[in-house]
Design a protein around this ligand. Structure first.
Ligand SMILES: [Cu+2]
Length: 197
């Protein structure tokens, strides 16, 4: 299925988290199967990527590719942690076993801001530069397709669409924002989009 995100003025929006949640109950695809690691790097005093979307239970590596030390932490309920101050070596991975939004900061660099979006659905991705994402391999059935980005001001139900996946090809799913984007990433998600997962 192809999903596109447009802002209020009809322009494509990149780097948007898209999740397709099966309505027929999470076919919680083999929860015991070991998951490949995801990576949240630290490069040029920024988190790379800024926004990482993962399936619940995924281990995340936090390498530091800078020459300066970083100290990564989160106060988010879905994963409270603080890594020790380090550089160079790869810190042992953390497992994100609770769905939710995890906002990352660095104790040394206040302007470092990153997000790990942990979803119980195995069907997810982010829109590319063209504001679109292709999600393949979804079993037939009904899905709730939702979008999230820290610059959104929509509540989850304002940017969610019911989609039926069947045997026939389907037109792209277009999600359109109704509110303006906030100009910058924010350390605290707005009340509207905080429960967006
Ligand atoms: Cu830092």
């Amino acid at each position: 299925m192809e999903i596109g995100v447009l802002d209020r003025d009809g322009r494509p929006v990149s780097d948007v988290v898209i999740v397709a949640t099966p309505r027929h109950g999470a076919d919680a695809a083999s929860p015991t199967e070991p998951k490949p690691h995801a990576v949240m790097d630290q490069l040029d005093r920024q988190f790379v990527p800024r926004i990482l979307v993962i399936h619940t239970g995924t281990p995340v590596d936090f390498p530091n590719s800078d020459n300066v030390a970083h100290q990564v932490y989160s106060f988010s309920p879905a994963k409270r942690f603080q890594l020790s101050l380090y550089r160079g070596h790869v810190y042992p991975p953390l497992i994100f076993d609770q769905a939710g939004l995890v906002v990352l900061g660095c104790n040394i660099h206040d302007n470092m801001l990153g997000y790990i979006y942990v979803t119980p659905s195995p069907y997810f991705g982010k829109t590319g530069a063209s504001g679109t994402l292709r999600l393949d391999g979804l079993p037939g059935g009904n899905y709730e397709v939702s979008a999230w980005n820290p610059r959104f001001n929509e509540a989850k139900d304002e940017i969610t669409q019911e989609v039926q996946v069947g045997v026939y090809a389907q037109p792209p799913v277009m999600l359109r924002l109704t509110k303006s984007l906030s100009p910058e990433l924010r350390p605290t998600p707005t009340k509207a989009n905080r429960n967006a997962y």
